[in-house]
Write a protein that binds this ligand. Structure first.
Ligand SMILES: NC(=O)c1ccc[n+]([C@@H]2O[C@H](COP(=O)([O-])OP(=O)(O)OC[C@H]3O[C@@H](n4cnc5c(N)ncnc54)[C@H](OP(=O)(O)O)[C@@H]3O)[C@@H](O)[C@H]2O)c1
Length: 245
């Protein structure tokens, strides 16, 4: 049986991931975190997902080194770590159409939520994963973080923070090849998914290309289950296709 630590379980994709994992039948326990939203996280108890998976919720600021350290100690041994936290816009600022809209505070917040947590989780999670037979360290990234795939421009802070996240994951996969080769490190692109994060930007999404959180979650969980058959340090989309870094 597999034990999972899932960060950002109160988000659109994260919450659906908790549901999809609970329904797998092979997951014994999920340690899920929220940051601001304990209300939606209360939906994620065992009975609401209709399974025997034990789901426990706790608050975590994944951009705080001491808090991540304490949370990983609290969580104990795990097989999969999945980071679903992320940030694109807030009421005061959205993604930049032009460099003239660049804002230092928005950039710093993007780095703080999209990049920093994965580095802190990697710093503290090694001990939690090393007993597992099929350990996975995965973060939900975004295709727009691919440098070579960037055709449209714009979205400076989000793109830069996801590109930095991708570099952190690629670098971690190289270190793990030396010290913990069984741990598979993955950057996951979920596809455009109907959540609060994408809501203001859904108008131009072609028909059929906007996934429900449940669809995204089942596709991503399938990729996590398949991870043991592949090499570490991959950036893959919901359908398993490799995305160039
Ligand atoms: N939706 C899409 O179309 C799409 C496309 C490509 C990539 N992605 C990526 O997918 C991931 C999930 O996105 P989503 O659409 O589910 O977004 P969402 O609904 O806005 O969820 C964001 C999550 O991040 C958590 N969070 C924010 N700051 C945090 C912190 N300091 N520590 C811990 N958790 C924190 C939030 O917690 P609280 O709610 O409790 O504050 C929430 O659980 C993100 O990385 C996003 O960039 C999404």
């Amino acid at each position: 049986m597999t034990t999972v630590a899932l960060i950002g379980g109160s988000g659109g994709i994260g919450h659906a991931m908790v549901g999809a994992l609970s329904n797998m039948g092979s997951i014994s326990a999920i340690h899920a975190s929220y940051f601001n939203s304990p209300a939606s996280s209360s939906l994620g108890n065992i009975s609401s997902f209709g399974s025997n998976t034990s789901v426990s919720w706790s608050q975590l600021d994944a951009s705080n080194d001491a808090a991540v350290s304490a949370w990983m100690k609290h969580v104990g041994q795990i097989d999969w770590l999945i980071n679903c936290a992320g940030f694109l816009h807030d009421p005061s600022k959205g993604p930049e159409k032009s460099i003239s809209q660049f804002d230092t505070e928005h950039f710093n917040r993007s780095m703080q939520i999209n990049t920093l947590p994965t580095l802190l989780l990697a710093k503290h999670a090694h001990r939690n994963l090393k007993q597992s037979n099929d350990p996975v360290f995965a973060t939900v990234s975004a295709r727009v973080g691919s440098i070579s795939d960037n055709q449209l421009g714009g979205w400076y802070s989000y793109r830069a923070s996801k590109a930095a996240l991708n570099m952190a994951l690629k670098t971690l996969s190289i270190e793990y090849q030396r010290i913990a080769p069984s741990i598979k490190v993955l950057a996951l692109h979920p596809g455009t998914t109907d959540t609060a994060l994408s809501k203001p930007f859904q108008n131009n999404v072609p028909a059929g290309k906007l996934f429900s959180p449940e669809k995204t979650a089942s596709l991503l969980v399938a990729q996590l289950s398949d991870a043991k058959h592949h090499h570490s340090g991959r950036f893959i989309a919901f359908d398993g296709r490799e995305i160039p870094w």
